[in-house]
Design a protein around this ligand. Structure first.
Ligand SMILES: C[S@@+](CC[C@H](N)C(=O)[O-])C[C@H]1O[C@@H](n2cnc3c(N)ncnc32)[C@H](O)[C@@H]1O
Length: 282
């Protein structure tokens, strides 16, 4: 694998990644994961959007989810997507050319939205809170810009559910522990979504979870399981955090690749979704 085929672990510094095109391609592949497809379909059926509504997507990435929801808004609908990455916003804008209503993707910070109070019917945020130093600030901003009858829709990963099997129990336990530890970012936020919305005056009206399983990956054909970080990125991240010695890196990656070639590789990860409405009882 050449260093040009892989990218850094995570989405907190997209534009600074030396292989940003690979990062965007991974992002695009995640949209095809069974669990993501299931949760997005579920979200769409729960929201049942109608003509003329205003939708905000915070941390919109490539914009596919917002553009799918735009189909339900008719010509009078309005979609705004905010992302910190100019690369993501550029790609999302290109994806939006045939949108059925007004769509704008703009660079911005989830924690300081440059948007008016009470100006959106639905605010959504997918797999972005886990990358924020202060997810509660982002949720508070989403609550601020939601209209009084507005709804909030959150989808996020919970890395405390992560499991990996590579026919090497010691290595698997090491990876599992590393991925399950929050390490300065709220990677285990998936299970806490209902608490987060309650804290800003919203009530969960529906929730769902979906688990994705990766198997059948050929490391000779692709440096990473589809829609996932590469094992080299994982190793580099562990080295950076002092959880793996630099000289162990190659053996670490080779052990996982060899297991995949023997069909002894699997990983699972659960994602959670909530749709919430403003709690107007108090
Ligand atoms: C895993 S991607 C998810 C993208 C999209 N929501 C999706 O589900 O396809 C996380 C996104 O959060 C964005 N992001 C990270 N920090 C952000 C911030 N402070 N404000 C807005 N977006 C941010 C990243 O640039 C990236 O596009």
């Amino acid at each position: 694998m050449s260093s040009g085929e892989t990218h850094g672990l995570g989405y907190h510094r997209v534009d600074g990644d030396p292989n940003v095109a690979v990062l965007l391609a991974t992002m695009s592949a995640t949209a095809e994961l069974d669990a993501i497809r299931e949760l997005r379909q579920w979200e769409r059926s729960q929201l049942r959007l109608g003509p003329g509504l205003r939708l905000l997507d915070v941390g919109c990435g490539l914009g596919e989810a917002a553009l799918a929801l735009a189909q339900d808004l008719g010509a009078g609908g309005d979609v705004v997507g905010i992302d910190r990455s100019a690369e993501m916003v550029r790609a999302a804008g290109a994806n939006a050319r045939s949108a059925p209503c007004r769509v704008r993707f703009v660079v911005g910070d989830a924690c300081a939205l440059d948007l008016a109070d009470e100006s959106f019917d639905v605010v959504r945020c997918e797999r972005t809170l886990q990358w924020l130093a202060d997810p509660t600030a982002a949720i508070a901003e989403m609550a601020r810009v939601a209209r009084p009858h507005g709804r909030m829709s959150l989808i996020d990963t919970d890395w405390s559910t992560f499991a990996i099997d590579v026919a090497d129990d010691v290595l698997a336990a090491r990876v599992r522990t590393a991925m399950r530890t929050e390490r300065g970012r709220p990677s285990n936020i998936g299970r806490r979504l209902s608490d987060l919305v309650r804290d800003v005056g919203f009530e969960t009206i529906a929730s769902r979870e979906a688990t994705h399983t990766w198997t059948s990956w050929n490391p000779h054909e692709s440096p990473a399981p589809s829609g996932c970080f590469s094992m080299r990125s994982l190793a580099d991240d562990l080295v950076e955090r002092g959880e793996l010695a630099a000289e162990e890196c190659d053996a670490f990656v080779e052990t996982i690749h060899a297991a995949a070639l023997r069909n002894e590789f699997s990983m699972t990860l659960t994602m959670f979704a909530v749709v919430a409405a403003r709690d107007n009882r108090s």
